[in-house]
Design a protein around this ligand. Structure first.
Ligand code: SF4
Length: 350
């Protein structure tokens, strides 16, 4: 098997035992990153590394199993339901925090959307559902419409979100004319359609992606972007500032920059917290006020934690952006800093 470090002989058993994500990348993305001038950085997103055999880390860093309320539906934060609709993606990111299931056999995908809708119907506090996986746009538009058959009649849902990296991996998926009717259906049901793109690097934003984003905006789809801070890929304020500026130019609002999670076999992508904070400061120094729309977030099993600063007192300051317990939201807390720390659990209590 070809790794970034060179060819190695590995057995199927070793790949399975180590949860190595299958290698698959679209021709479009390969061409985009080859011709875009950032090949050495962007190949790390899709090409396997021998570092993936590292055994430290977890396959469920955000407590997804604990928050699953019916098969395929997670309900961690009051207003949001997270629905796993597929275990497939157009290409596989080597840092994926759902590598336990993407591209693998999985029983975590919602088998019964009727059951999902019944649960949501009993929870009026839930106002939006995020379709995720995997990438929902690997499903046919007919399949997506079947899922919407269950969700759109629920009056208290005000928006349907789609988390997708398809605009980077295969933007022409959005040229499917049937998708226009799907977004129109959502609109006519009185709900907002939101596509959350996943651009980690300006080199992933192709002309084709731009064209399709323009068309989505014309269909009144809202667009947000989330990125992951990745060592040797985008751990550079210049690159991330350029990425976020480009997102704004094309009408996509950056809203999360995720700290890399301690995922088993992907922790080599993690950037130390001190460096992450320096990068975030560097990004903000390069952006105008209206472009500073992102939050630097650690999606921890206790909640979404905004990483604020490293104080002169040697402590890392953080705030709960989301938490299962509403009284914790907005609370600032701090922990002593350690140079090697990349995650909340790396920081000692006290
Ligand atoms: S597209 Fe998303 S779900 Fe799919 S492999 Fe990449 S990070 Fe994971």
């Amino acid at each position: 098997m070809k790794f970034i470090e060179g060819t190695r002989v590995v057995t199927d058993g070793e790949l399975q035992f180590n949860n190595i994500t299958p290698y698959h990348v679209t021709r479009f993305y390969r061409e985009q990153i080859t011709k875009g001038g950032y090949y050495q950085q962007l190949r790390r997103i899709v090409e396997p590394s021998v570092e993936e055999f590292e055994r430290a880390g977890s396959l469920d860093t955000s407590g997804e199993h604990a928050n699953t309320v019916v098969p395929g539906l997670q309900h961690k934060y009051a207003q949001t339901g997270l629905l796993l609709v597929t275990n497939r993606c157009a290409s596989y990111c080597r840092y994926c925090f759902r590598k336990r299931m993407v591209g693998q056999k999985s029983d975590e995908i919602a088998p019964d959307f009727g059951q999902v809708a019944q649960y949501i119907g009993r929870h009026p506090e839930m106002t939006n559902v995020l379709l995720s996986g995997g990438d929902p746009f690997v499903l046919s538009t007919a399949n997506l419409n079947e899922i919407l058959d269950h969700l759109l009649p629920i009056a208290h849902l005000d928006s349907i979100r789609f988390g997708t990296k398809m605009l980077a991996y295969e933007p022409k998926r959005f040229e499917d004319s049937a998708l226009q009717s799907l977004f129109q259906r959502i609109r006519r049901a009185g709900k907002t359609a939101i596509v959350v793109t996943h651009f980690d690097h300006i080199g992933e934003i192709s002309l084709n992606a731009e064209r399709n984003i323009r068309s989505l905006r014309a269909q009144e789809v809202q667009l947000l972007n989330q990125s992951v801070l990745l060592a040797k890929v985008n751990d550079d304020p210049e690159i991330l500032a350029a990425t976020f500026t480009k997102c704004h130019q094309i009408g996509v609002r950056p809203y999360y920059l995720f700290q890399g999670r301690p995922v088993k076999g992907a922790s080599h992508f993690q950037v130390p917290l001190r460096r992450g904070l320096e990068i975030v400061r560097g990004i903000n120094q390069r952006l105008s006020g209206i472009h500073k729309t992102f939050k630097y977030i650690m999606s921890h099993y206790t909640g979404k934690i905004e990483i604020l600063d490293l104080g002169d007192d040697g402590r890392v300051y953080m705030r709960y952006h989301q938490n299962k317990a509403p009284e914790e939201i907005g609370k600032i807390f701090s922990r002593p800093h350690l140079e090697t720390a990349c995650w909340l659990d790396d920081l000692p209590e006290g």
